[in-house]
Write a protein that binds this ligand. Sequence first.
Ligand code: M6R
Length: 614
Amino acid sequence: MCGIVGYLGSREAYPILIKGLHRLEYRGYDSAGIALINSKLDLSVYKTKGKVEDLENYVADKDVEGTIGIAHTRWATHGEPNSQNAHPHYSQSGRLALIHNGIIENYKVLKEELISKGYTFSSDTDTEVLIQLIEYMQMSHNTSIYEAVQLALKNVIGAYAIAIIDKSNPNQLIAARKGSPLIIGVGDKEFLIGSDATPIVEYTNKVIYLEEEEIAVMKRNGEISITNLSNVPQTPIIKTLELNLSQLEKANFPHFMLKEIFEQPEALRTSMLGRLNMESKTVRLSGIIDHRDKFLKAKRIIICACGTSWHAGLIGKYIIEELTRIPVEVEYSSEFRYRNPVITKDDIVIAISQSGETADTLAAIKLAKDNGAFVYGICNVVGSSIARASDTGSYLHVGPEIGVASTNAFTAQVTTLTLIAMNIAEEKKTISKERIAELVEELQQIPEKINQTLQMNMRIKLYAQIFTYARNFIYLGRGFNYPVALEGALKLKEISYIHAEGYPAAEMKHGPIALIDEEMPVVVIAPKRGMYEKVLSNIQEVKARKGKIISIVTKGDTAVKELSDFCLEIPDTEECFVPILSVVPLQLLSYHIAIAKGRNVDQPRNLAKSVTVE
Ligand code: M6R
């Protein structure tokens, strides 16, 4: 949720840290702060409410010299977003500073103990408790800062990725993690740390993914040692980053979200690369082929995910059941992890997560594995916690998704689930070779069909101006397009703050129809394939109550078009591929409505890109 960045080396730390914070701002953006140790060994902490830009203005006339520092962009969990609660936090003596991503669950008990020992606190955060505890451990055990960190973390319940600097030792940076991600960039006698690789990639492509309960001590001479909480030394494994700088820029787009929507054709091509064989007209996913028996024997598939990834999972259920006849259940990870679900060793759990760091999905994986299930992870971020915790899986390969509202990861998730379904169907022979070949042919056309769909951008922009007045929206779809209705509604809520609900179109008459009047915009996904006639009747019901109909139809449609106030046409495709096309106009509609309402679409209020807390 929060973004953390740190630097130790021979360059000035401030510009590196600020640039890193800008890259991480998508993770949290209610306040930001920075701590630096200068050449006179002063430790200065500067922090402010607001965005990284506000922090830059705040420090404009301050001393920012120093070659070691840590910085943080916050998404509030404990205590309101203000400068006191912003990170870094000082220890009582002012000697140590710490940044933290995660939640210290037992912070109240620890705080009371520290108060009874004379410690005072200047914030409402759990983080300040941690730095005071570290200092207390160091003083009371008369030990090194590294040992104090180890002792303190043994007393902590919860999740953390932390970085600490100590003004009495400006040649050392300490980092540790449990439950929240932390990556170390290894340069030439310099180290960078980040909650993800985005602040690191500009300086080095050599990285170490810190594992659960590991503590790293980085030294100015280029040495690094890693131990776990039980003090067992761990061998640092240096990996090469698959990320380049240009992927982190907006190119000529005004917002990352729009760039990511428009990148979908290319993103999906990359996603399918090497997986669709156009000569043999087959699908090959190494995650399936390498574990063929598991999939052949599977009695059930359980999909666990949150938010947009959960919507992709729902579409996955329709496709997997249709093509493979394996029963599929789709669970919110946050419910699954706590409800004592029935899981057997014949189950396959598919965990879907763009960030690969969603805490609830990570916990769902652990539960599934503890109960003997086989876990297949679908993630975008390479090397992420979920990718590493899964038994096998597939990456989306859409590049970094920076906009908080997920767009290209969603279409890639649906595409990947489609590939999984097709590959299992081939192996199980639940559909004929000829049918697979037809689907392969059509799937390959999808990127170009998204391109055609994107041509409606300007028209959608015009429609969006008309609907800025709306306080509510209803989205309707059936079959494969019911989850698309949910996703369209979520996109609108997230970035425009307009209340929106998605329903299976036929459910409308069981309640939501009461909401429809001449002010209510109703978005209906009504492609030719699937339950077209049924959806047509649902549209009649809305029309009869004077709702404003915005329809998504197959090119050439006339019947729905005639009933609609506004109509958007998508190319025809196989019924099971329609969601990949029908969601695109809904993404654009949300984007343009949000822009027309003056919202910050890339960083909508109260949200964060990576939800690493429960
Ligand atoms: O990284 P994940 O896919 O696990 O994230 C899950 C949700 O937090 C995420 O999809 C969220 O709903 C997005 N903001 C949707 O746009």
